[in-house]
Design a protein around this ligand. Structure first.
Ligand code: SF4
Ligand code: SF4
Length: 474
């Protein structure tokens, strides 16, 4: 194990010769993308021209049950942005822009992307808006194949257009609604791409990780590995492993969640991503799993006035109510901590505005939000994943039987076990969120007693949300 830079031990996977050779191979990423691109094209085609019956159409079952569950239960918590390594959406645009698929092709200058892309959009507000838009219409998109097909077709066309105009992964970094929350939750994962020694970077003028070389492209995500301290915007594309002439890039295993304690890079746009994700996990659970038929009807656009009422409630909850309540909790906690008498040995209080403290402690919502989404996904994946088996033989729902599985009937797997998985996951998320809030509070208040008091109102907020999840799932 090597010494760590932030938060404990690291084990560099590239010390294993086979893994290093694999990651440095130019075909590595393409090899992962190709099967997903095939599935993605099939999703679009089945969505556009397959049966309109959701559970008999490949697009609905493979996108919103199989892919979604894999993404949220396994890929993000254990692999950070490993999905971005294999995501098919930006691939065709990138190949067109590079005029190459595997070999190193042409590369637009970094300045084309950084100067061309509007400064006001160099954040994740567009991703927040895009996610909210998809989530608002999710009752339609998640159940109607045509809607799923059209949305995914729009994503890939937009990604191609932005690749051609700006080069680099402008779509992934600033626009993709999926990329936004993957970035946030990837801070939790036990894996990272980092430089082995920042000093080597400082003394190395050529900086092929930015400029590119004959071996690969300058970072498509417009990151500089030499000062990267969080996973948020590293797409794990492995280009810097190929370009770095100093052999200074590591792919580390590490303790979970250490990025949440990194002060650098925190911002209101990311904080809102955390609020939106947590709120949407609750809203999805209420709409899709709850016993209230009227809210399902409202979300399903039963009538225009009802949908407008639902949209107002949805947006208010995401943008005002949940962030507002959390602000109140953080503000009360901050006041309480500041009024707590200090001991002589305590570190001085870091003077920050209530807004800065609120933004910082919002990163404590990451473990709980992730746990909420995992618990939500478990509630339907075991019950519904068997729909996928006949669809391998009949993806369009046209009566084909390509692999002989079309007669496999819907079989809910382990329905009695799901609750026993959800509750511990939610409680672990709660415990980790409170711990994270406490660690962040210590960065501000130094003294243990003050940090503890500051997180009491936040802990009440977190406990209330966990109770709500448990109530909805039990
Ligand atoms: S090329 Fe390698 S050593 Fe040079 S700056 Fe980039 S990461 Fe550091
Ligand atoms: S830092 Fe390296 S692995 Fe991460 S996106 Fe940039 S080039 Fe790819």
């Amino acid at each position: 194990m090597s010494a760590s830079t932030v938060g404990g031990w690291r084990f560099d996977l590239t010390r294993i010769a086979f893994i290093k050779r694999l990651l440095k191979h130019r075909g590595f990423q393409t090899l992962l993308i190709l099967p997903n691109l095939f599935a993605f094209v099939l999703v679009i085609l089945t969505g556009l021209i397959g049966t309109p019956v959701g559970n008999r159409n490949f697009s609905i079952i493979f996108t919103w049950i199989v892919w979604w569950a894999l993404l949220i239960v396994l890929l993000i918590p254990f692999g950070a942005r490993i999905w971005c390594t294999m995501c098919p959406i930006p691939a065709p645009g990138e190949w067109i822009d590079h005029i190459a698929v595997i070999t190193k092709g042409k590369e637009q200058r970094l300045s084309v992307a950084t100067k061309g892309w509007p400064k006001r959009f160099k954040n994740i507000w567009l991703q927040n808006g895009a996610f909210l838009s998809v989530a608002l219409f999710s009752a339609i998109i998640l159940t109607r194949p045509l809607a799923t097909g059209l949305v995914l077709l729009a994503f890939i066309l937009l990604a191609i257009s932005l690749s051609i105009k700006y080069g680099k992964r402008v779509f992934c970094r600033y626009v993709c609604p999926v990329g936004g929350f993957i970035g946030l939750y990837s801070m939790f994962a036990p894996v990272e791409v980092r430089v082995k020694d920042p000093e080597v970077c400082r003394g190395h003028g050529a900086k092929e990780c930015i400029q590119g070389s004959e071996n690969g492209y300058g970072c498509p995500w417009m990151e500089y590995p030499g000062n990267m301290v969080r996973n948020t915007y590293c797409g794990m594309c492995t280009e810097c492993l190929k370009t770095c002439s100093q052999d200074n890039i590591a792919v580390n295993l590490r303790p979970i969640a250490v990025d949440l304690f990194v002060d650098k890079g925190r911002g209101l746009d990311e904080a809102y991503k955390a609020f939106i994700m947590l709120t949407c996990a609750v809203v999805y659970s209420v709409v899709m799993l709850g016993p209230w038929g009227w809210i399902k009807n409202w979300a399903n656009m039963a009538s225009a006035p009802e949908f407008l009422a639902y949209a107002s409630m949805f947006l208010a909850a995401n943008l005002l109510v949940v962030p507002g309540l959390y602000f109140l909790a953080a503000w009360v906690g901050k006041l309480w901590a500041e009024r707590t008498p200090s001991t002589a040995s305590a570190a001085p209080v870091r003077v920050v505005t209530p807004k800065k403290f609120w933004i910082d402690v919002t990163y404590a919502l990451v473990p709980m939000g992730l746990a909420g989404w995992i618990a939500f996904s478990l509630s339907f994946v075991f019950v519904n994943v068997s729909y996928a088996i006949p669809l391998i033989s009949d993806p369009f729902g046209w009566g084909w039987n390509l692999l002989g599985t079309v007669d496999y009937h819907w079989t809910p797997y382990f329905p009695a076990v799901v609750g026993y998985l959800q509750v511990p996951i939610l409680l672990a998320g709660l415990a980790f969120s409170i711990f994270t809030a406490y660690q962040i509070a210590q960065q501000h208040f130094g003294a243990r007693a003050r940090a503890l008091r500051s997180v009491i109102p936040i802990s009440l907020f977190l406990t209330a949300f966990t109770s709500l999840f448990v109530y909805l799932y039990m």
